[in-house]
Design a protein around this ligand. Structure first.
Ligand SMILES: [Zn+2]
Length: 388
C-alpha cells in the first residue's frame, strides 16, 4: 500500500521487505507498505533510509509495484524514514503548480498540458499558439498567491469512472480507476497521484517567470514555497548590489541602467568616430612618403593594424606590412591595392610555414599571428618577403 496517498506528512513508518531484485544499478526492494513516493507525474522520487540503509531511487513498475533502490540488500522488518525536507519541497512545488495552473485557466483560459519538477526550477506548459501576455502572467501569479493567502484546504479523495463527469476535473486522469482526486477547495480539482500539503498557505508563495515557446505551447518557469522565498532573497541581494554600485534606490535601478546603457552607446559611437578620424590622419601622414610602409607597433592589435593598412592601400601605398601584438603572439598584416601584384595570402602562408603560427588571406590582404614580438617579426617578414 502507498502510505503517502493518505498522508503526505508521514515520514517514519514500519514495514517489511516482500520482494527483492537486482539490476545494473543495484538492489531494489519492494515493501508491504511504503511512504516513499516513486518518480511519476513530473515529480521526482523521495529519498531517505530503510533501517539506516540509504534509498537512492524509487520507481514504480508497470504493475504498480514500488521498488526502492538500496545500497545493500535488506530482508524482514524495516524502519522507513523519508527525507522530509526534500518531500516538503516537492509538496510545495506540486501544490504550487496545481494552484498556478488553476489560476492560469481562470485568468487566461489556458490549459496546462504538462508539468516538470526540477531540482532547481520547475515548469508547466500551457496550451495555445500565442505566448501568455505579461498581464496574464501577472494576473495568474496574483490569483495563485491570493488562493495561497486564503489558506484553503487541499483534500484528497478517490473516485470511480462514473463520477468523472460530475467532478469537472481541470486535469483528467491518465491511469485506470479508482482515480485519486486532489482538490484545492472550491478552486481546482485534478486527478493526481502526487504529494501535497493540507492547506494552501503551506505553499507560502508562487512566482511565475515569462514563458518560452515549446513544441505545443509555452513553458512557464515557476518557484513555489521555500524555493520562491530563496529566489526572492537572491534577487533582492543582487538588486541591492546593483543599486549600491549605481548609487540609486533599488526601484530606480532599471531606469538608471537604461540611462547608463544609452550613455555607453553614445560614448562608444563617439569613440568609434574619433578613432576612424585618427586612423585617417595617420594614413594620410604615412602615405605621404609615396613608397611602401613597413612599421612595427608593439602596442597595437590586428584589428587596428588591418584598418590602418586598408586606408594605406586606398591612398595608393604599393605594399604595407604592419606588425603588432595579439595575446602572446605577434600580429602581422599585409596589404596592397587591388590589381596585379604578388599573392599576399600565399606569401604569408610561406612565412608561417617557416616561422610557425598561423595566417592567410586573399591576394591583396592577409593577416596572421606568429610567435615573434612585433619588431623582430617585421624584420623577419621583410627579409623573407624581399622577393615580392
Ligand atoms: Zn499534484
Amino acid at each position: 500500500m502507498r502510505l503517502y496517498y493518505d498522508d503526505s506528512y508521514l515520514s517514519a513508518f514500519k514495514s517489511r521487505v516482500i520482494d527483492q531484485r537486482a539490476d545494473a544499478r543495484g538492489v531494489w526492494v519492494e515493501l508491504e507498505d511504503t511512504a516513499f513516493y516513486p518518480e511519476s507525474g513530473g515529480q521526482p522520487s523521495d529519498r531517505g533510509t530503510l533501517s539506516g540503509v540509504p534509498v537512492e531511487d524509487v520507481q514504480a513498475d508497470e504493475a504498480g509495484r514500488v521498488w526502492h533502490l538500496v545500497t545493500r540488500p535488506l530482508a524482514g522488518e524495516v524502519d522507513g524514514g523519508i527525507d522530509f525536507r526534500r518531500r516538503q519541497d516537492h509538496m510545495e512545488q506540486h501544490a504550487g503548480q496545481h494552484i498556478a495552473s488553476g489560476a492560469f485557466l481562470e485568468v487566461a483560459g489556458r490549459d496546462t498540458i504538462s508539468f516538470h519538477m526540477g531540482q532547481e526550477v520547475s515548469t508547466f506548459d500551457i496550451a495555445g499558439r500565442t505566448p501568455p501576455t505579461e498581464e496574464e502572467l501577472r494576473l495568474a501569479e496574483a490569483r495563485a498567491n491570493e488562493i495561497i493567502r486564503e489558506n484553503r484546504p487541499i483534500t484528497v479523495r478517490w473516485a470511480q469512472a462514473d463520477e468523472l463527469d460530475a467532478l469537472g476535473l481541470r486535469k483528467p486522469p491518465q491511469v485506470a480507476p479508482p482515480y485519486r482526486i486532489v482538490e484545492v477547495d472550491a478552486f481546482d480539482r485534478s486527478a493526481c497521484g502526487g504529494t501535497h500539503p493540507r492547506q494552501t498557505a503551506e505553499v507560502g508563495l508562487v512566482k511565475l517567470y515569462p514563458a518560452e515557446a515549446v513544441h505545443d505551447g509555452f513553458r512557464i518557469r515557476f518557484y513555489a514555497g521555500q524555493r520562491a522565498r530563496l529566489d526572492y532573497v537572491r534577487r533582492a541581494a543582487e538588486l541591492d548590489r546593483i543599486a549600491a554600485r549605481a548609487g540609486v534606490a533599488v526601484l530606480e535601478t532599471a531606469a538608471t541602467v537604461e540611462l547608463r546603457l544609452a550613455e555607453i552607446d553614445r560614448l562608444r559611437n563617439l569613440a568609434t568616430r574619433q578613432r576612424r578620424q585618427l586612423l585617417d590622419q595617420e594614413a594620410d601622414r604615412l602615405a605621404g612618403g609615396a613608397g611602401s610602409v613597413f612599421l612595427a607597433f608593439p602596442d597595437r592589435g590586428p584589428d587596428d593594424l588591418r584598418e590602418l593598412a586598408a586606408r594605406l592601400a586606398t591612398r595608393g601605398v604599393p605594399l604595407t606590412v604592419l606588425t603588432g601584438t595579439k595575446d602572446e603572439l605577434g600580429a602581422i598584416v599585409l596589404q596592397r591595392p587591388a590589381g596585379d601584384g604578388p599573392h599576399l595570402g600565399e606569401a604569408l602562408k610561406a612565412l608561417t610555414a617557416a616561422l610557425g603560427g598561423r595566417g592567410g588571406g586573399s591576394a591583396v590582404q592577409a593577416q596572421g599571428a606568429l610567435p615573434l614580438p612585433a619588431a623582430p617579426l617585421l624584420e623577419e617578414a621583410l627579409k623573407r618577403l624581399g622577393t615580392l
